[in-house]
Each structure stands twice: as structure tokens, then as C-alpha cells.
Design a binder for this molecule. Sequence first.
Ligand SMILES: Nc1ncnc2c1ncn2[C@@H]1O[C@H](COP(=O)(O)OP(=O)(O)OP(=O)(O)O)[C@@H](O)[C@H]1O
Length: 362
Amino acid sequence: MGYLSCKTDSSISTSTSDPFQIQEFTYKDLQLATANFSDSKLLGRGSHGLVYKAVLRSGRLVAVKKPSSNDLDNEIDILSSLHSPSLVNLLGFSTNSHGRRLLVVEFMSNGTLFDVLHTNPRPPTWPRRLRLALQTARAVETLHSSSPPVIHRDIKSANVLIDRNLNARLGDFGLALRCVDDFRLRSTPPAGTMGYLDPCYVTPENLSTKTDVFSFGILLLEIISGRKALDMANSPPSVVDWAIPLIRKGKFMSVYDPRVPAPRDARVRKMVAVVAAKCVRPCRERRPSMKEVARCLGELSKLNSWNGLSNPCIMGEDVGIVGTPLKNQQLELGVRSNLMELMASPKSQIRAKTTRLPNLRF
Ligand SMILES: Nc1ncnc2c1ncn2[C@@H]1O[C@H](COP(=O)(O)OP(=O)(O)OP(=O)(O)O)[C@@H](O)[C@H]1O
């Protein structure tokens, strides 16, 4: 993994064993890159501080996170051990005169999944939603399958950013924790965002990868329905309280966003809703792992695209039936067998692992 030793004055780590490299910038570099943190370069503000668009001397566009009160050391520490095309990756850091770190991460040019779902005047089509859901599921799976596993703790549509190729990338690792049996894990109080928070997560010991699975389930319901996780204008305000009774009654069509055509294949409609419902199960041991969720969404995505050959909601026009029955049958069997596994999944391991990894060396 890419734990990096500190390099100074904009030099780049040259260790050949590192699959990715993190750069240390001078504060002046970042002042220059952001026109002295000018308002015109402001991309947004989060609970930790401000995010600026910046152009490095190399001409590369990046985003710079400047903290207000919280420090970003945890985010740097976690991100320096991860690198994946499904994440908003860390490129470097800097330290200001007060000793506070600034973060330099990949620039995402197409906003957030929250914008795509809730503010875009043209709501995304169903195939696009399924693709974004699958990419996000794979991103969370990447965290959970890293060694030691990383728990994001703040999975939500505002933390899924859309890159220039319109792919979803998981960002904002400010609350993330590594699953190592250490003081930080045992003493960090529960945190997250209202509407996405796992009700089982009430003390530090209750944290598990299934905490993220719950939040992902909420996100999946948000993607399916186009409703916000929590919206006081709705009754009930919480997407889970509204959707789960409908799914339980088998009223799958009612949970799909009425602004766009739902998947025409009733099996896809049902299975995606069922996957979301399983993720938000009150009993966390009965929730699927992110690996199972990603595999199911991947197979549903294949099934959806096969059906898409004859599906006007995907092609935008009726092109007739093209897919061969055999291929559809095989895919359906694949999906069914995985869903059976999902339903019958044994009690998954939910306790934090005790493996230790070296800390980031500055
Ligand atoms: N890598 C990035 N590329 C482009 N824009 C970004 C990037 N990271 C963040 N932003 C923008 O900055 C805004 C603030 O991001 P940030 O991660 O600080 O907070 P948040 O996730 O919106 O809120 P909170 O920190 O409260 O969870 C985002 O909503 C997004 O518009």
C-alpha cells in the first residue's frame, strides 16, 4: 500500500514500491494555485471548511480542502493508504503557518450525486442510476476489502462526486476510520449524517462495515425514488420509513421515481428494491456485505442492459426485441442465485479486525 514518507517543497515521492505517490506542496504553491484562496475559486463548503478549485503548475486541475476548525490529518492518513478509480483520491497535502494541513485531491468536474438526483432539471435515466449505484457500491466495497478495512461512516449522495467521465467516485473521508483495535476506534463517538445514520450505531463498539451498508441502502433508496434521505416536505420525512412498507407489500413500482421511466423488467424493479431493503434491515447481522451488494447490482445491471435492447426507457425509442432468450435466462439465473445467497447470507463478521498497519509517516 502507499504509505508515503514526507517529501518537502513540492518534490514527489520517488519510492518505486509505491503504486501511487503523494506530493507535499508548499503553502505558497496552493496560494498560487487558488489565486490566494479567492472566492471565485470556491467550489463549496462542508462542515470541516472550504473547498477550492486550483490549477497546479503542471496545469492539472485539482481540488484543495482548507480546514476551518477540524484538522484533516485523519483524512490524509486514511486516503494515503487507499487509491482506486472509484474514489476521489488524495494527490497531496500542505501545511499552513498554524500547522494545519490542507488537502489536495482529484478534481471532480460534474458535481455530486445529490445534485444529479435532486437539483438537475433533467433527472437521470434508470440505466444511469443503476450505473451510479453500482460504482458507489464498488467504491464502498473497495474500502471494506482493504486491509485493514476502512469504514467511511458518511456515505451519502453529497459525498459521491461525479468525475469528467460521469463516473461516481466516493469522497470526503473526514469521518472514516480504520478497523484496527486501537484507542481511536474505541473512543470515537458515533457520527454521520442524519437520514443516513444506522440506528444500531449508538456507541463506538457498535461500529462495523454494516454501518456503511445501512447508509448505502438509504442512498440506494434515494437513487431509486429520487426522494431525499430526509425531507420534511414529505410524509413520512425519512425515505426508509416511506419506502420499506411499500417494498414489504410488494408495491415495487410505487417506490420508483415517477419523473423517469422505471426499469421495464419487473424482476429488475423488484430485485433492486429488495437489495436496498436488505441493506437497511434493523438487524445488522442480516444485512448483506458490500461485496454481495456490488455483485448483485453488477448482475442486475447486465440483466437491465440485455433487456435494454428492447427497452424504450433505455434506448429512448422502441427498437423491438433483440436479446436472445438463452442469454437472458442465464443472466436471470445468475442474478437469482446471487440473490438467494444474499437472502441466505450467514451472519457476517461485524467486529472490527485487530490487524495493525503502520501509520502515515510524515
Ligand atoms: N474533489 C472535488 N472536486 C470538486 N468539487 C468538490 C470536491 N470535493 C468537494 N467538492 C465540492 O465542495 C463541496 C463541499 O465538500 P465537502 O466534502 O467539504 O463537504 P460536504 O460533503 O458537502 O459536507 P460535509 O463535510 O458537511 O459532509 C461539495 O459539495 C462539492 O460541491
